[in-house]
Every structure is written in structure tokens, then in C-alpha cells.
Design a protein around this ligand. Structure first.
Ligand code: SF4
Length: 491
């Protein structure tokens, strides 16, 4: 059988389809925390979408065969709205579970696919076209096709209102257009499924597009660092290099390297960092003491957790602040972490206002993020607006000397992320043993405050809290150390 997920997987990469059918042993044992959170979020949005269809009946069951049987029974009973109807046709070999179907007055059916995104993405069209085909194989005539997405202009006020939270977008014409090409695609997907050996597929740009492929660990084994994939080359150039058997970045002809990656490439060829010492010194001259190194951790969710917030709005719940009063002084540390299930912003703002003084440069890494949160807090808390506006006016981005190529190290592998830069510039510091992934703090916080997950014991909460504090502290201490290292090379 070819399922809806198989088909979308095939469209991303035929090899991913084959591996997912025959080499499930290569899949990670559990989805990572962020992926799991996306799944959970999807279910929550789906629950809200069901509320748009009062009287709908669910075909959900533990076993697939029971879901199919339940769907048939609901159809036979004349049910007008069915959630999670499941169809399987042995003749066509297609299987799919839709989100919602609703019978029209004329006896045809409208199909609704629920997504937790805020806009319609191209990949949704093959998905709904496949479902339409599947429903029609099962004898249902599909009239219209819709995708339900989250309305990011909705602002929560009290209980969630699904009619305001969600947007229903018709994609009937797009699905019909896609259907013309679909027979060929499906035939090719079935051909891949019949192969005895995994198909030979070149790694080009598909492994993270549109989704992170779970087989990266398998397919990318043996690819050197840095490689041709670290220079944002076009697909045509990647193909040309692979034809020549070139995989190491250092073997790529210089003319092929995009301008934005030239300095990185040169540092790889030289095998040592490339620095513009004068420009780094000029950049450092802009700093005014005391220096404040600031980092926020934020939480966002499709369904806003608190009144006054929009879907996916980033809500700061934690910060770390290192303060350096003057050159050579002992660095001081301040921190804040909300531990109650309530809007964390008022208390966070109050505490921060007591710790950032009226003068001095505020440093952040990739400051657009911190500035954005400050601007939002200024709107949310008018009494704090002056403070946050002043902080933004005094903010500088410590990532700039790295991102703009004033200091380029081959071991940054073309990245300006603090996780890539810190272990190279200050190898005595490490994120190892702290939270392992970016974004993990925002996965932990809703559990810490009881927004999500099972209740925790006091000991579990204490461990989680400490882990979050350690991680955020590392982000700002990393900035202190990176600035020190930049100071050493400036002249
Ligand atoms: S990692 Fe890349 S090449 Fe391998 S199966 Fe996934 S998408 Fe295809």
C-alpha cells in the first residue's frame, strides 16, 4: 500500500520512501523533543478544528482495520461529518486517513486537512490531492478541498474561540491542478516500493527540505566536514561536483563558491582563521561600559497559552544577564526563570528593569530576536515601554563580527551560531552535558510550569529548573568569553 505519508515522503526523496518501508531499523528510536512537540501541537490544533464541525463523529480506533471498519459504518449510517475517516483500496493500493470530511447538501463530500502552520505551503497540495484520490477510490465524490490553518492575527481573550483561531482556505483548484501530474508520481512511487535494493539517490538539497529527513544519520555517514554541502551551492553546481567525485569543500574550484562563503572557504584552504584585526578593533570601540550580555528563552505555541498573545508569539519566560562594569572587572551574573503557570512577562520585565542600568551597551547574539521581544514587551507593558525602547537603542549584536566575516575560523563550518563559535573560540567552555539541543529550554518550560505533560515530582522540577538555568547562563557567559577572545585579536 502507498499511504499519504509515503507519498509526501517520496516527493521529498524516493530513497526516504524506500528506507522508511524496508529499513525502519535506521529510524531514530523516538522522535526528538521538538518533533514530538510539533506532533502534539498538531493534535491540539486538530481538536480545535473539530469544534468547527459540531455533531461530527470520530472514526478513530487503535487498530487501522478498526478505523476503516468504523469509517464504513459511519458512512453507512449516513453520518454527515466524520473526523479521521480512514480509507484503503486494494485495487489502487492507496491508503489514507483524512482529518475531516463533511457531506454537502448534494450528497458530495468536502475534504478538510488541518495544519498547525499559519499559511498554505506548497507541500500541502499533493497531500490533499492524494486524499481526494483516495476518497474517490472509495466511492465518495469530493466537491471541495480545504486546508485549515492557524490565524496568526488572532489574539487570545479568555477561552479559545476556534472560529477566530483558525482559517479555512479553499484549495480545490490547486488540488485539481496537481492531480493531473499525480498518476505519474504515484506510478514512480510504486516502482520505488517494488525495488529489492535501496535506490541510489544523490544528496542534493532534499534532506532538510521541506522536512528534516530522519535518515540523515544513515545517508550522511562518511561525508567529511567541511563538505560541498557547507557552501550553499546551487543544485546544478552540486551535481557537477558530484559528477567529478568532489565532496570536500577544499576541492571545490574557488569560482564556484558564493561570495558569502568565500572567507570561510579561504580559511578552510589556509587551515587557519582569517581575521580583520583592524575592523574587529573598530567594532569593539563602539562598546560602552557597563556591558550587559543578555539572552532570553521564550515559549511559543499554536494555541496561545495566555490572554493577550497571538499564536506562535514568543513569550519570554527566562533570561540570563552577565554584567561587566569595566574592562578587567569581575563579571556579575543575574538570572530569572518563571516557575508558575501564568503570563511570565510582567515579573520578568520588573526584575530586568532592576538589573539593567541607564547607561552601557546591551549585547545579544543575533539581537533581532531580543529586540523583537523587547518591542513586544514594550507594547504589552506600557509602563515599561521607555525602558525596553532604551535597551533596544543601546543594543549591539555580538554575532556581527563573526557573521560579517571579521573573524572566520574553518571549524565554525560556515556557521555564526553561538553553538558553533563557542567551542572553537573558548574550548574550555562547552554546552556538552547541559541541555543538548537548541530550543530544549522552550520544550522544558511548559512542563516545568504544568502547561504540558504529566505532573513532575519536586525533585524532577528542581533538576529541570537547574538545567534550564545552567543552559541560559552558558549562553551569556559564552558571549563574555567570545568578546574577550575578540579583544585579544583586535589591534
Ligand atoms: S537523508 Fe537525504 S538522501 Fe537520505 S533518504 Fe533522507 S532525504 Fe534522501
Amino acid at each position: 500500500m502507498l499511504t499519504k505519508s509515503d507519498f509526501t515522503r517520496f516527493l521529498q526523496c524516493p530513497k526516504a520512501l524506500w528506507l522508511n518501508k524496508y529499513r525502519k531499523d535506521l529510524l531514530p528510536e523516538e522522535p526528538d523533543a521538538q518533533l514530538q512537540r510539533r506532533f502534539d501541537e498538531g493534535f491540539e490544533v486538530e481538536e480545535q478544528a473539530y469544534r468547527l464541525f459540531p455533531g461530527g463523529m470520530s472514526a478513530h480506533a487503535e487498530e487501522i482495520k478498526d478505523q476503516i471498519a468504523k469509517t464504513k459504518a459511519l458512512l453507512a449510517e449516513g453520518t454527515k461529518v466524520i473526523f479521521q475517516p480512514t480509507f484503503s483500496d486494494f485495487k489502487s493500493g492507496l491508503f489514507c486517513r483524512a482529518d475531516i470530511i463533511k457531506q454537502t447538501k448534494g450528497g458530495e463530500w468536502d475534504l478538510y486537512e488541518v495544519k498547525s502552520a499559519t499559511d498554505i505551503k506548497d507541500v500541502y497540495i499533493p497531500d490533499v490531492a492524494f486524499q481526494k484520490e483516495c476518497l474517490e477510490d472509495a466511492g465518495l465524490k469530493v466537491k471541495k478541498v480545504f486546508v485549515i490553518v492557524v490565524n496568526n492575527q488572532y489574539v487570545r481573550k479568555g477561552a479559545i474561540e476556534p472560529k477566530k483561531l483558525l482559517k479555512i482556505v479553499e484549495v480545490t483548484a490547486e488540488a485539481a491542478d496537481y492531480a493531473k501530474a499525480m498518476a505519474g508520481e504515484m506510478a514512480e512511487a510504486f516502482r520505488i516500493l517494488r525495488l529489492k535494493k535501496e535506490p541510489a539517490v544523490r544528496i542534493l538539497r532534499q534532506c532538510h527540505n521541506p522536512y528534516d529527513c530522519p535518515f540523515i544519520g544513515y545517508c550522511w555517514k562518511g561525508i567529511p566536514t567541511p563538505s560541498i554541502y557547507d557552501a550553499t551551492l546551487s543544485e546544478a553546481n552540486l551535481n557537477a561536483l558530484l559528477d567529478e567525485g568532489i565532496i570536500k569543500l577544499g576541492d571545490v574550484p574557488e569560482a564556484m563558491i558564493p561570495k558569502s562563503k568565500r572567507k570561510f572557504y579561504q580559511s578552510v584552504l589556509a587551515g587557519e582563521p582569517q581575521m580583520d584585526r583592524k575592523a574587529i578593533a573598530e567594532w569593539i570601540k563602539k562598546l560602552r561600559y557597563p556591558l550587559y550580555f543578555l539572552d532570553y528563552e521564550t515559549y511559543s505555541s499554536a494555541i496561545p497559552a495566555y490572554d493577550g498573545y497571538r499564536p506562535y508569539q514568543q513569550i519570554p519566560f527566562q533570561y540570563s544577564l552577565h554584567v561587566l562594569e569595566k574592562p578587567g572587572a569581575k563579571v556579575k551574573h543575574f538570572e530569572h526563570l518563571a516557575t508558575d503557570n501564568a503570563d511570565p512577562v510582567p515579573a520578568l520585565a520588573k526584575e530586568l528593569m532592576g538589573q539593567i542600568g541607564p547607561k552601557g551597551t546591551v549585547l545579544a547574539w543575533n539581537m533581532a530576536f531580543e529586540k523583537g521581544r523587547n518591542s513586544e514587551m514594550a507594547v504589552r507593558l506600557p509602563k515599561c515601554a521607555k525602558f525596553f525602547k532604551a535597551v533596544n537603542a543601546r543594543m549591539l549584536d555580538l554575532m556581527v563580527p563573526i557573521r560579517s566575516g571579521l573573524y572566520v575560523h574553518p571549524d565554525f563550518v560556515g556557521s555564526a551560531s553561538i553553538k558553533a563559535v563557542l567551542p572553537v573560540m573558548a574550548p574550555e567552555l562547552s554546552y556538552d552535558g547541559l541541555v543538548t539541543e537548541d530550543g530544549a529550554a522552550c520544550d522544558d518550560w511548559p512542563k516545568l510550569v504544568g502547561l504540558l505533560g504529566a505532573p513532575m515530582t519536586p525533585a524532577e522540577r528542581a533538576t529541570m529548573k537547574q538545567r534550564m538555568l545552567d543552559y541560559c547562563r552558558m549562553d551569556t557567559f559564552a558571549m563574555v568569553r567570545i568578546l574577550e577572545e575578540l579583544g585579544k585579536v583586535a589591534r
